[in-house]
Design a protein around this ligand. Structure first.
Ligand SMILES: Cc1ncc(COP(=O)(O)O)c(C=O)c1O
Length: 386
C-alpha cells in the first residue's frame, strides 16, 4: 500500500539519529536526574549536554533554555510570565496577531478574562503582519508583543528581525512561537532580538511531548506547573530524559543540514505549488517567497476540504485541511479567514507539508491524485459549474 506522508506541519517521523540517541536512556541510564547515585547523575549530565546543544544552535546560553512538554506549554509559560512581569509594573496590554496558533490565542483569551487587554493585529493577503502596524499598536502600558515566526497553516514567515528590533528599541518583551520554524529556518535569538521563543521537537523529527522555551537572561519565567525544583524551579516534574536527549539530537541534526534540507524541500514544494496552481479554481494561500520550505496550502473552489482529506487517505496520502472541527460544527480556519478567504472557499482548503524524507516521485503521485479527487468532488458540488 502506498503511503505518502505530506503532513509534516502536524508532526514528523523521528530521525534514526534521534531514536538511537534516546535508546540508552530507556534501557541503561534510566536514573532520575535528581538522584545522587551514578545512573542518576549520568542522566543529569545528559540533560546538561542536551541543554548546551539546544543553546548552541539558537546562539544563547544553556541556562536560558527550559525544557517543557512542547510548543503549547512553552507558549503558555512565555506569555503568562511576560504578562505577570508586566502586571507588576502596571502594564497589562499585549500585542499579537489574528493568525497565531490556538496555544497563543487561548492563553491570551484567558489573560483577557483576568483583566489584560489584547490587540490582535490583522495580516495582509499573504498572511504577513506589518511591522508598521505593530509599532502603531504599542502603547505605554504594553508589556508583550507575541507574534509567530512562521504560520502552521499557510507557511508564511514573519519579518521577525524587524519585529524584534521594534520591540527592543522600546524595551518591550518580544515572544515568538517558532514551533514551525525551528529546525527549518535559521534562528539566532541574539541577532533577531528575541526575548522568549517556543519550539517543539516533534516538528523537526524529534519525539513528541517535549519542547523548549528560550528566555533571555533577565527575563523571569513564572512556573505554571508547581512541584519540585527541576529546571531551576521554573518547571516542576521529573525530566523526560530520553525525550530531551532525542530533541537535542534531532535539533542538532536539523540545524547542521538546514541549508541542504531547505534547498531540497523547497524544490519539492515549488513543483507541487506549480502543479496545483495549474488547476482551475485553485488559489494558493500565502505567498511564494516568504514561505516555509515545506508548506503548500491551497483552497479549491467547490470542494469540501474534509472530504478531500478522507479520499486522499484512501489513496495513501496523509494531508490536512485548514478546517477545525470544533464542538460538532465545522469552522473554517481563522487563518484563512484572516487572509481574506471567504468561508465557503476556506472550507475547500488543503495543506500539504513536505519534509526531508519526501521524494520527487511522491510529489508526482500527489500531483496525479489531487486533481482527480478535486474534480470527482466537484461533481457533487451544487456551486461548482465550471
Ligand atoms: C505554530 C504552532 N505553535 C504551537 C504548536 C503546539 O505545539 P505542541 O504540539 O508541541 O504542543 C503547534 C503545533 O501544531 C504549532 O504549529
Amino acid at each position: 500500500m502506498v503511503r505518502v506522508y505530506a503532513d509534516n506541519a502536524a508532526t514528523t517521523k523521528m530521525s534514526r539519529k534521534a531514536i538511537d540517541a534516546m535508546k540508552p536512556y530507556f534501557e541503561e541510564v534510566y536514573g532520575n536526574p535528581s538522584s545522587l547515585y551514578s545512573i542518576g547523575q549520568e542522566a543529569a549530565r545528559a540533560v546538561l549536554v542536551a541543554r548546551e546543544t539546544m543553546a548552541r544552535q539558537l546562539n544563547c546560553e544553556a541556562r536560558e533554555i527550559t525544557f517543557t512538554s512542547g510548543g503549547s506549554e512553552s507558549n503558555n509559560q512565555a506569555i503568562i510570565s511576560a504578562a505577570l512581569i508586566g502586571e507588576k509594573k502596571g502594564k497589562k496590554h499585549i500585542v499579537s496577531s489574528a493568525i497565531e496558533h490556538h496555544a497563543v490565542l487561548s492563553t491570551l483569551k484567558r489573560l483577557e478574562k483576568q483583566g489584560f487587554e489584547v490587540t490582535l493585529l490583522g495580516v495582509d493577503e499573504s498572511g504577513i503582519v506589518s511591522p508598521g502596524d505593530v509599532a502603531a499598536a504599542i502603547r505605554e502600558d504594553t508589556c508583550l508583543v507575541t507574534l509567530m515566526f512562521a504560520n502552521n497553516e499557510i507557511g508564511t514567515i514573519q519579518p521577525v528581525s524587524e519585529l524584534g528590533a521594534i520591540c527592543r528599541a522600546r524595551d518591550l518583551l518580544f515572544h515568538t512561537d517558532a514551533v514551525q520554524a525551528a529546525g527549518h529556518l535559521e534562528i539566532d535569538v541574539k541577532e533577531l532580538n528575541i526575548d522568549l521563543l517556543s519550539l517543539s521537537a516533534h516538528k523537526f523529527h524529534g519525539p513528541k511531548g517535549i519542547g523548549a522555551l528560550y528566555a533571555r537572561k533577565g527575563v523571569e519565567l513564572v512556573s505554571i506547573i508547581e512541584g519540585g525544583a527541576q529546571e531551576r524551579g521554573k518547571r516542576a516534574g521529573t525530566e523526560n530524559v530520553p525525550a530531551i536527549v532525542g530533541m537535542a539530537a534531532a535539533f542538532e541534526e536539523a540545524c547542521e543540514h538546514i541549508h541542504e534540507n531547505s534547498k531540497k524541500v523547497s524544490a519539492l514544494r515549488d513543483s507541487l505549488i506549480d502543479g496545483l496552481s495549474r488547476m482551475s479554481g485553485s488559489v494558493l494561500n500565502g505567498e511564494r517567497e516568504r514561505r516555509l520550505p515545506g508548506n503548500v496550502s491551497f483552497c479549491f473552489e467547490g470542494v469540501d476540504g474534509e472530504a478531500l482529506i478522507l479520499l486522499l487517505d484512501k489513496k495513501g496520502i496523509c494531508a490536512s485541511s485548514g478546517s477545525a472541527c470544533s464542538s460538532g460544527s465545522l469552522e473554517p480556519s481563522h487563518v484563512l479567514l484572516a487572509i481574506g478567504r471567504p468561508p465557503e472557499l476556506a472550507h475547500g482548503s488543503l495543506r500539504l507539508s513536505l519534509g526531508r524524507y519526501n521524494t520527487e516521485e511522491e510529489v508526482d503521485y500527489i500531483l496525479k491524485v489531487v486533481p482527480e479527487l478535486v474534480s470527482y468532488l466537484r461533481g457533487f458540488s451544487p456551486v461548482w459549474n465550471a
